[in-house]
Design a protein around this ligand. Structure first.
Ligand SMILES: Cc1cc2nc3c(=O)[nH]c(=O)nc-3n(C[C@H](O)[C@H](O)[C@H](O)COP(=O)(O)O)c2cc1C
Length: 231
């Protein structure tokens, strides 16, 4: 049987084979072995030399980033056409890593609501404190981009220790199962859809429509998703 479900896995750790990487590889194997129809794309941000967002707002205007030599637009396109996503970052200084935040800015997914109706898993690993805060930040990133989090894993793990205990493996499998189920059901929670519609129509639209010409990229993305009426 052909694989028709696409899940994108993003590793935001600078250490590709650290605890985050081990968790993601286990989850990737679980999904591929248990869901024949599922195809995954595993992306290590550390491989990509992602440049900083320059703040030009060209993406607002055209829907595309002016920097096109570091694969970020390619990843954005993969995200756009995916059925589900897995976002992960270790906790660095009570937050996501700089690498993950740079990626998040560059794929410009918030204004356009790129994740609209897409189910996501968020994962953070931490050693001591503030893993919960990072988990909250990751979930907000998903929600503010129109998606919804089906499972959020916050895993406490000592430096360089293998995180894959039986208990953690269980949690990872449960999250994977949840994601596969939500993709199959294809029925995003009403709350998430209403939240996105209010965010777009009440808070973002008045600002964006003040400069329609300069925000065509955003407006087109909303129209594609039927988030606003024709202008
Ligand atoms: C720069 C830096 C900042 C960190 N900040 C925190 C922190 O605020 N709270 C915490 O519990 N662990 C912190 N850690 C520990 C990492 O979250 C932990 O080692 C994690 O497992 C690393 O993930 P990785 O193995 O996937 O690279 C920090 C580590 C680094 C290198």
């Amino acid at each position: 049987m052909g694989r028709s479900v696409k899940i994108i896995i993003i590793n935001g750790s600078p250490r590709k084979n650290g605890a985050t990487g081990k968790i993601l590889k286990f989850l990737n194997d679980y999904l591929k072995n248990n869901y024949q129809e599922t195809d995954t794309e595993y992306i290590n941000l550390a491989d990509l030399n992602i440049k900083f967002c320059t703040g030009c707002e060209n993406c607002y205007k055209t829907g595309n980033c002016i920097i096109n030599d570091d694969n970020t637009e390619k990843i954005r396109n993969l995200i756009k056409h995916s059925d589900g996503l897995i976002f992960s970052s270790p906790t660095y200084a009570s937050n996501v890593t700089g690498l993950f935040k740079t990626f998040y800015d560059r794929v410009h997914m918030t204004m356009e609501q790129l994740l609209y109706c897409k189910p996501c898993i968020t994962i953070t690993v931490y050693e001591n404190l503030m893993g919960g805060k990072t988990a909250k930040i990751l979930k907000e990133m998903v929600m503010n981009s129109g998606g919804y989090t089906v499972s959020s894993l916050t895993i406490k793990n000592a430096f360089n220790k293998d995180p894959l205990t039986d208990k953690i493996k269980n949690k990872i499998e449960k999250a994977g199962k949840n994601l596969a189920k939500k993709i199959k059901k294809n029925n995003p929670p009403l709350f998430s859809k209403i939240y996105t519609r209010i965010a777009v129509n009440v808070f973002l639209k008045p600002f964006v429509f003040k400069e329609k010409e300069n925000n065509k990229g955003i407006i087109n993305s909303w129209l594609e998703k039927d988030l606003i009426r024709k202008t």
